[in-house]
Ligand binder design. Sequence first.
Ligand SMILES: Cc1cc2nc3c(=O)[nH]c(=O)nc-3n(C[C@H](O)[C@H](O)[C@H](O)COP(=O)(O)OP(=O)(O)OC[C@H]3O[C@@H](n4cnc5c(N)ncnc54)[C@H](O)[C@@H]3O)c2cc1C
Length: 349
Amino acid sequence: MEVEKVVIVGSGPAGWSAAIYAARAELQPLVFEGAITDENRIAGTLPLGQLNLTTEVENYAGFPAGNLEGYLDSAITTSHRLNMAPHSKHGISGPELMELMRQQARNFGTRIITDDIVRVDLKRHPFQLTSARGETVGALSVIVATGARANYLGLPSEEAFKNRGVSACAVCDGALPRFRHKPLIVIGGGDSAVEEATYLTKYASRVYLVHRRDKLRASKIMAQRAEENSKIELVWNHTLAEVLGSDEQGVSGVRLQGTLKPDSKTLEAAGVFLAIGHTPNTAFLQGQLELTNKNYIVLTRPNRTNTSVPGVFAAGDVADDYYRQAITSAGSGCMAALDAERWLAEREH
Ligand SMILES: Cc1cc2nc3c(=O)[nH]c(=O)nc-3n(C[C@H](O)[C@H](O)[C@H](O)COP(=O)(O)OP(=O)(O)OC[C@H]3O[C@@H](n4cnc5c(N)ncnc54)[C@H](O)[C@@H]3O)c2cc1C
């Protein structure tokens, strides 16, 4: 069995940033970028990560609005370029940014396998990682950057309007022109739902916070913040039944359904923000790495990417249920590569 110096699992901003740093440090990284399967498509975990599921990215430093067409043509291989949607001239789209990161990692010699890691043995060293196709590789160090996925209710209308008014990230999408000075809906009742609703009041004319119970699950202070905000209207004992809209216009409203009585009501809105939690992609790590009660990887040293197993590092949303941004993921990917490099050097690998 071949033993790699560093194996990176995952292909979002954290994985590619780790690969760029590891490759430039001459660690010859091997990236498992995930498999192209229907299961991953439905779960939202295809290669290139969450950003590949969105349109404009307005908050990743270094990409102001402008026409990147010529640059994209010159920077990305023709086969991948032909599969990409036409450039919008708006700035950069999620898929464009992710293809650029992947290409940058390849340019420095990163090797890529398009498959999922489904099993790991971190109790022996070199570590062993097994892919869905049954290939096993050995690794002196591992960087886990498998991200997380936003939870949705699973309604067909929700799927139909993703990127056209349905979102799971207020910080990412709230400032888009389509949402400005319009009523918006937030679905959820926890701290992050209140945070999303409060954030959206900066742009929206009104925010309806729809919760299936008659009391928020959020902490007392957060619940109070929602109740005292004159732009937030709480809609109790209701759940989202259908997102309304058209192909041309995108989202125009919602149909809500009572959770106590069989009543139904419609609200006009330009956007629907789901705030019902995230699921970190850590199923293959159960029993191998310390995870939180919500299955995020536990980082064991402050301001470092070390995990409960020496030689295994974690970066991006898989270990972060707080910031959840592309740029913070990329930053921690860099940190994980530097941590792995130093860990290997201390052991003279
Ligand atoms: C719709 C949407 C819009 C967003 N817009 C913005 C925005 O405008 N700006 C911003 O900063 N952030 C935005 N975000 C958040 C941002 O996308 C995430 O914070 C970021 O992508 C997290 O990066 P990551 O590298 O941790 O992992 P992810 O992007 O989650 O990628 C990890 C990937 O690793 C792969 N993987 C998973 N498991 C395995 C496995 N077992 N084996 C191999 N590979 C595996 C999968 O392909 C998975 O998708 C948005 C998120 C969403 C969902």
